[in-house]
Design a protein around this ligand. Structure first.
Ligand code: ZN
Length: 262
C-alpha cells in the first residue's frame, strides 16, 4: 500500500532532451531514466527526415528500428492501434500486425512502442521483474481503462508488484488545450462511472478532458504509488516539437514513445 493520498501529482514540465545515435533528438522522463537497466525515449520531429514513425510512412518501420537501436534495443514491437482496451504480450505483435493499444514484455532487448500525435502514451517498468509496458491511452482507450488494464496485466502475467512499478505519461494533449464535447463526457461517464466528471474542466467557456489526471488515477487504482508516477507535463498541441492532430490535422505524422530492458 502507498500512503501519499494527500500529495498532488507533480504538474511541472518533466522532460529532459537528449541526442542519441542515428540523428535522434528525444525526450525522456527523469524518473524512468533513473531506472537501472531500463531505457526509453520519446521521439521529436527533430529526428531523421522529420521523424514520422507512422505505419503509412514508407520510412516508418526503418525509423522505428533505428530509434530502437538508439536506446539499445534489438527488436521493436508496434501495434495497429485501434483506440480500444485490449492489452497483449509484445511477442504477439512481433509475429504480425495485432490490433490492440497496450502491450508488455519481459524479454530483454525488446522495445514496446506506441505511436501518437496528441494521444497520451503511458510507459511503465518494473526493475525487479524486468517487465516493461506501453499503453496508447487515447481518450477512447482511457475511457476503456486501458492504463489500469496494462498495470494489472504486468502484475498477473509478469509477476510485478504494482508498488514496484514506475510509470510515466509522455507528451500529449494537455488540459490547457484538449477541448471535447458532451458526447465525450457521456462516454467517459459510461466507462469510468460518475467520478469521470472530475477529469472534465471548464476552460474559457469550453470543456477540456484532463487525460493526464484520468490516467494517473488509473495507475493509482491499479496499485502504483504516487511517488512512482511522473507526468511529462508537455502538451503536444502547444509544443511544435511533437506531431499534433489537433494542431496540424489528421494527415500529420506520428511520433513514438518506447521502452525496453536494454
Ligand atoms: Zn496545450
Amino acid at each position: 500500500m502507498c500512503h501519499e493520498h494527500d500529495k498532488h501529482t507533480d504538474r511541472r514540465e518533466n522532460l529532459q532532451i537528449a541526442e542519441l545515435s542515428g540523428d535522434w533528438t528525444v525526450g525522456a522522463l527523469p524518473m524512468l531514466d533513473a531506472l537501472s537497466g531500463i531505457r526509453h525515449a520519446v521521439s521529436t520531429r527533430l529526428g531523421p527526415g522529420g521523424a514520422n514513425l507512422a505505419w503509412d510512412d514508407p520510412h516508418g518501420p526503418a525509423r522505428r528500428q533505428s530509434l530502437g537501436r538508439a536506446i539499445g534495443a534489438v527488436e521493436v514491437a508496434a501495434l495497429r492501434q485501434v483506440h480500444g482496451g485490449r492489452v497483449v504480450a509484445a511477442e504477439e505483435a512481433l509475429a504480425g500486425p495485432v490490433e490492440a493499444d497496450a502491450m508488455f514484455t519481459r524479454r530483454e532487448g525488446l522495445a514496446v512502442m506506441g505511436l501518437s500525435a496528441d494521444c497520451p502514451i503511458v510507459l511503465a517498468a518494473d526493475v525487479q521483474t524486468g517487465a516493461v509496458g506501453m499503453a496508447h491511452a487515447s481518450w477512447r482507450s482511457t475511457v476503456a481503462r486501458l492504463t489500469y488494464k496494462l498495470v494489472r496485466a504486468m502484475c498477473v502475467e509478469c509477476g510485478c508488484k504494482a508498488t514496484e512499478i514506475v510509470a510515466g505519461i509522455c507528451p500529449s494533449a494537455g488540459p490547457c488545450c484538449y477541448e471535447v464535447g458532451p458526447d465525450t463526457l457521456a462516454a467517459a461517464t459510461d466507462g469510468l462511472g460518475a467520478k469521470a466528471g472530475r477529469f472534465f474542466l471548464q476552460r474559457d467557456g469550453h470543456m477540456v478532458f484532463d487525460l493526464w489526471a484520468a490516467n494517473v488515477q488509473q495507475m493509482l487504482e491499479a496499485g502504483i504509488c504516487r511517488h512512482n508516477i511522473q507526468v511529462a507535463g508537455v502538451c503536444t498541441i502547444c509544443d511544435g516539437r511533437f506531431f499534433s492532430v489537433r494542431r496540424d490535422g489528421p494527415r500529420t505524422g506520428r511520433f513514438g514513445a518506447m521502452i525496453a530492458r536494454a
